[in-house]
Ligand binder design. Structure first.
Ligand code: URP
Ligand code: ZN
Ligand code: ZN
Length: 542
């Protein structure tokens, strides 16, 4: 177990000193065996203490309303060695147990963010939050696990995986990986097997946009969908028509529109809807489940709704920026202000967010991510003269839990149990790690938050934990405050103080064939039976 750091926001207030300390910790202190790649694998619930956090922290959370996705009750929660041992009223404990009074507060599973990009090389630069600062920010905002996207190195999945395992050595909370597929050949196909069977990756992402870098065409998408199906891995898509986006960008530049507003104008909702519909139809053709990341428009959401009505297994993931913001800032005369809102697909015109919220509240969209992909204002300024060079991405890993509470629960659009479902449980179920994650049940990992519905929050770059010097939610305030975050049985966030240990986060392997694959073979058999082919024919006598 490495040494602990206790500080408010050390890298913000004392960034140089902090960076040096972190460098020292990461570079010179021997990481314990539990931090090796091998030991970072999936630990069985309740048993093997060598794969949990090593100290035997005992915590009793008393008198709160314990909320799971399907039930809530006033109860105590007893935690030992990183695992939830008991959930019931009136638990009595010895004096050596830390007691946290949660009376009048909600005790909920820590958030799981299904969509982040920490230390990602993208558009000629690297996202400013790494696995330390991004995760520290997450914990301060009540998120205790995230799933990041591995980007292959020169198309190699294995090299990409190694590189991300390396980046994640400084992790302070649990994490898993999706893998992007950016080219297709026999090596990629074989590596997909390795990722699923050896490395615990059960989802692959296909970028239908970013022409010239990450984008793939329909032929590769089809091959990828087939391969995903055979492996029991979930296919994910960034759904925008990349060819049309390139045309749209050219159109804007020809019109002399070079600023951040050109970004939104060049890739309208119709291009998101077209790609969403295409991916949906191709996955229907293959009969494999599909996960559409960052659904930003009514148009794309309606394609998902249509597919669901037709019985297709399509998951739609809105992100917090799409749920609470609109595109008006992109027209701000100040470049830094406008550029911080540049992401893809773009944040849409006023009106889209409210409809996406309704889709979330009715289950058309199922879980909320962030697409946390932060660049500071210096990086954003690379595109001062040409919006095509503004690195795409916004923050959200620290803000998601608060904003979803305020926007969805405080307004009465969803219940407290649904809040747990869309911020945590559904992600754990889809990626096949429930109930180890996403639940407050006996035997689950002790990833827990305590939210005070009477307290309030305020968001700002001046107080956030990201390394970024801007925040797209600057000045936003609301009701409901995460007062305590417990990660693997350790209190890491309490009374506005963050206490994290580099290297303490564990890699969570995610097994294939999650619930979305149940019955797929029956549908395949029904399809085969429906063909009534080949028809046996005899040649007509000459
Ligand atoms: O603008 C975005 N979304 N940046 C991150 C990369 C992606 O497309 O998810
Ligand atoms: Zn994307
Ligand atoms: Zn993304």
């Amino acid at each position: 177990m490495g040494p602990k750091l206790r500080s408010d926001r050390p890298w913000k207030t004392r960034s140089l000193r902090f960076d040096l300390i972190l460098l020292f910790l990461v570079t010179y202190l021997p990481l314990s065996a539990s931090n090796s790649h091998q030991a970072q694998g999936f630990c069985s619930i309740g048993g093997d203490s060598s794969c949990g956090l090593s100290s035997s922290t005992k915590i009793l959370i008393k008198g709160g309303t314990v909320v799971n996705a399907h039930h809530k009750e006033v109860a105590d929660v007893y935690i030992e060695d990183g695992i939830i041992v008991s959930v019931r009223p009136n638990i009595m404990v010895d004096d050596d147990v830390k007691i946290i009074d949660a009376t009048g507060k909600y005790v909920m599973p820590g958030g799981i963010d299904p969509h982040t990009h920490l230390e990602m090389e993208f558009m000629g630069t690297v996202t400013i939050d790494d696995f330390f600062t991004g995760q520290a920010a997450a914990l301060a905002g009540g998120t205790t696990m995230h799933i990041d996207f591995v980007i292959p190195v020169n198309g190699s999945l294995s090299a990409g995986f190694e590189s991300y395992m390396d980046k994640a050595k400084k992790s302070v909370m649990d994490y898993g990986f999706h893998m992007a597929i950016t080219k297709w050949d026999e090596a990629v196909s074989k590596d997909m097997e390795l990722m699923v069977e050896e490395h615990g990756i059960n989802s692959f992402k296909f970028f239908m946009a970013y022409k010239g870098s990450l984008m793939i065409g329909d032929e590769l998408l089809l091959q990828g969908l087939e391969k995903c199906k055979s492996l029991g891995a979930l296919a994910m898509v960034h759904a925008e028509n990349g060819d049309a986006v390139a045309e749209g960008q050219k159109r804007m530049i020809d019109l002399g529109i070079t600023g951040p507003e050109g970004h939104a104008l060049s890739r309208p909702p119709i291009l998101e809807a077209e790609a969403t519909a295409r991916a949906i139809r191709l996955s229907s053709f293959v009969n494999t489940p599909l996960y559409v990341v960052h659904v930003m428009s009514i148009d794309a959401m309606e394609e998902i709704a249509k597919a669901k009505i037709a019985g297709q297994r399509v998951i739609g993931e809105p992100v917090v920026s799409g749920l609470v913001l609109d595109d008006s800032w992109l027209w701000d005369p100040d470049f830094t202000t406008a550029a911080k809102y540049v992401m893809s697909p773009p944040i849409r015109k006023a009106g889209h967010a409210k409809v996406l919220q309704a889709a979330l509240s009715t289950g058309i969209l199922q879980l909320v991510g962030t697409d946390h992909c932060t660049f500071n204002s210096t990086q954003k300024a690379f595109g001062f003269d040409d919006f095509r060079k503004i690195p795409n991405g916004v923050n959200g890993i620290e803000e998601r839990m608060h904003l979803i509470w305020d926007t969805m629960v405080e307004t009465g659009q969803i219940s407290v149990t649904d809040y747990v479902r869309v911020t945590s449980t559904e992600c754990a179920r889809i990626f096949n790690i429930y109930p180890r994650k996403g639940a407050i049940l006996e035997g689950s990992d002790a990833d827990i938050i305590i939210l005070n519905p009477k307290a309030s929050f305020k968001l700002s770059a001046a107080s956030h934990h990201s390394r970024s010097d801007t925040n797209v939610y600057e000045g936003r305030a609301g009701k409901g405050k995460v007062e305590v975050t417990i990660s693997r049985g350790r209190v890491v966030w309490e009374q506005g103080k963050l206490e994290v240990t580099p290297g303490s986060g564990k890699y969570i392997k995610m097994p294939p064939f999650g619930y979305l694959f149940d019955g797929i073979e029956k549908a395949d058999a029904a399809y085969m039976a429906s063909l009534r082919a080949p028809v046996q024919r005899s040649r007509a006598a000459a």
